[in-house]
Design a protein around this ligand. Structure first.
Ligand code: CFM
Length: 540
């Protein structure tokens, strides 16, 4: 590699005061795989330092925006000042497709209690109750979810008591989330809070039985840019019955029915591993880590499902689908490789995509020189095996750990002990996730919660062919003459999942990294020469 990552790290941190430098030093790691496959330890899921410009969002964003938001018929009411709603209104490109035009789709609405000084001083419970009643009268939803923003926790409104009361009064499911923005160090806290309440208030309430042989749930897929549509189609072609997706293109009834599935597939480990774990304990449903980003990863994931169900017919169907799709992928891959081979990419996004999307870049022959999550935990970097060694700090203790026991009537282990032992093949990632770092090249940089300053230094030093991040970073990166692909919203593109998504992605990145405009563009301050003319003298 052209750059010594240790030197780059030093140079990035040169301006930091000692204390900050020490902390950031532990969050910036040069990947080096030990002989036993171990990776260095990274500091993650800790508070961002004051004065640093972080990419992160808040717990409310993780709960309302990420985990619950994509569900189309749970009516979301935000209890808080209007800004928290307005700035979260349709900003994540989670798509949905109701079965018919008469089925509800609340995604386009933005409901808020519009909390003002009046409620901050005298309490907001009355206003919340009125809002729930009003929303019910207008929409008649099956379920209403209430989300707390920062002031709610500060003034002590009991949103759960209000939800209980309204549930009784209206006769529909009403539940609330204590997902105040400050509940954790990032949106990751909001994921956990959302998982807990889904588990306590939704999952297991719908006993509809299905005759299908291969019943699964897809966890942690939010249908950004239509990804879930592609995956659903693959399942359909393989004869796999999707009971529920958490929560892309989902509805309330399917999630309430999800305990009838025989396997949970975990796409985004960070945002939903809690539900996977709790469902295993309560209902006996095992989970598998899969990844539908990348063509080879998609094929591997479908094969894992077939392997789990041990069914010859399913295996044959999966192979047919893979054989139908792979030739098209190979042609596209070969084509883009001729122009993209060896180019460098950087990915700084979220808590799972900075890992998943490395696969797509590698398929194009591109190299990842640096990557990191905004809010991943150590297990997302180093693998789940480090879970027992993660210190629980005060920030994480803020969030309830739900005590889960096997359901008295509905617990049904899907696998015998013997079969479970067979499935511990590490390739299968059965109840495991290896994390980002073991799959990165030695000498690459892994940076947790990257700061704006570090982003600028990294780009100046490596001059990568493409930088992947979000809207907050996009234009500063592009002003430096480097194309920036948004991996949160996909800009206006997608889907990127599955085989057809992989082809879409190759073409998009090929276009971006080979477009001449980036080498021609000069920022105004690079060419501007001040014209020193004397100022006109005012007449009179
Ligand atoms: Fe999971 Fe996500 Fe992500 Fe995430 Fe997100 Fe997202 Fe993301 Mo933006 S749930 S962790 S909180 S894959 S919204 S769909 S793109 S940061 S990498």
């Amino acid at each position: 590699m052209a750059h010594d990552a240790h030197e780059v790290k030093k140079e990035m941190m040169a301006i930091y005061p000692k204390k900050l430098g020490k902390k950031r030093g532990e969050q910036i790691v040069v990947t080096e795989l030990g002989p036993d496959g171990s990776v260095p330890e990274i500091k993650a899921n800790v508070r961002s330092s004051p004065g640093i410009i972080t990419q992160r969002g808040c717990a409310y964003a993780g709960c309302k925006g990420v985990v619950i938001g994509p569900s189309r018929d749970i009516l979301s009411i935000v209890h808080g000042p209007i800004g928290c709603s307005f700035y979260a209104w349709l900003t994540r490109r989670n798509q949905t497709r109701p079965p018919s035009d008469s089925d509800p789709n609340f995604i386009t609405y933005c409901l808020s209690t519009d909390m003002t000084e009046q409620e901050i001083v005298f309490g907001g419970e009355k206003k919340l109750k009125a809002a729930i009643k009003e929303a019910y009268d207008v929409f008649h939803p099956k379920a209403i979810a209430v989300f707390s923003t920062c002031p709610v926790g500060l003034i002590g409104d009991d949103v759960h008591a209000v939800a209980r009361q309204m549930k009784e009064e209206l006769g529909i499911n009403v539940f609330a989330f204590s997902c105040e923005g400050y509940r954790g160090v990032s949106q990751s806290a909001g994921h956990h809070i959302a998982n807990n309440q889904l588990f306590k208030h939704v999952i297991g309430l719908n006993e509809l039985a299905h005759e299908d042989k291969f019943k699964i749930n897809l966890l942690g897929e939010y249908n950004i840019g239509g990804d879930a549509f592609v995956i659903e189609d693959l399942f359909r072609r393989c004869g796999i019955k999707l009971i529920a997706t958490f929560s892309g293109n989902s509805d309330y009834d399917s999630m309430a029915n999800s305990h009838t599935a025989d396997l949970n597939l975990v796409m985004c480990h960070r945002s939903i591993n809690y539900v996977a774990e709790m469902m295993e304990k309560k209902f006996g449903i095992p989970w598998l880590k899969i990844n539908f980003i990348g063509a080879a990863a998609t094929a591997k994931s479908l094969r894992k499902i077939a392997e789990y169900f041990e069914d010859a017919e399913l295996k044959a169907k999966v192979e047919t689908v893979v054989a139908e799709e792979m030739p098209k992928v190979d042609v596209a891959q070969k084509d883009v490789k001729s122009r993209c081979q060896g180019k460098a990419a950087m990915l700084f996004v979220g808590g799972s995509r900075a890992h998943h999307y490395q696969v797509l870049f590698n398929e194009m022959g591109m190299e990842i020189v640096a990557a990191g999550y905004e809010f991943g935990h150590r297990d997302d970097y180093e693998g789940r095996k480090v879970l027992p060694t993660i210190k629980v700090d005060a920030d994480s203790k803020n969030i309830e750990e739900v005590e889960v026991r096997p359901d008295e009537t509905r617990y049904m282990p899907r696998l015998s002990q013997e079969r479970k032992a067979q499935l511990t093949n590490p390739e299968l990632e059965f109840q495991d996730y290896v994390g980002m770092m073991p799959e990165m090249e030695d000498g690459t940089l892994v940076i947790d919660d990257i700061s704006h300053h570090e982003t600028e230094r990294l780009i100046a030093l490596y001059k990568p062919s493409i930088f992947c991040a979000g809207i907050k970073e996009k234009y500063t990166v592009q002003k430096m003459g480097i194309p920036c692909k948004q991996l949160h919203s996909y800009d206006y593109g997608g889907p990127y999942a599955g085989f057809e998504g992989a082809i879409n992605f190759y073409r998009e990145i090929d276009r971006m990294v080979n477009m001449k405009v980036w080498s021609l563009v000069k920022a105004p301050w690079q060419t501007f020469e001040p014209q020193l003319e004397p100022a006109p003298v005012a007449a009179g």
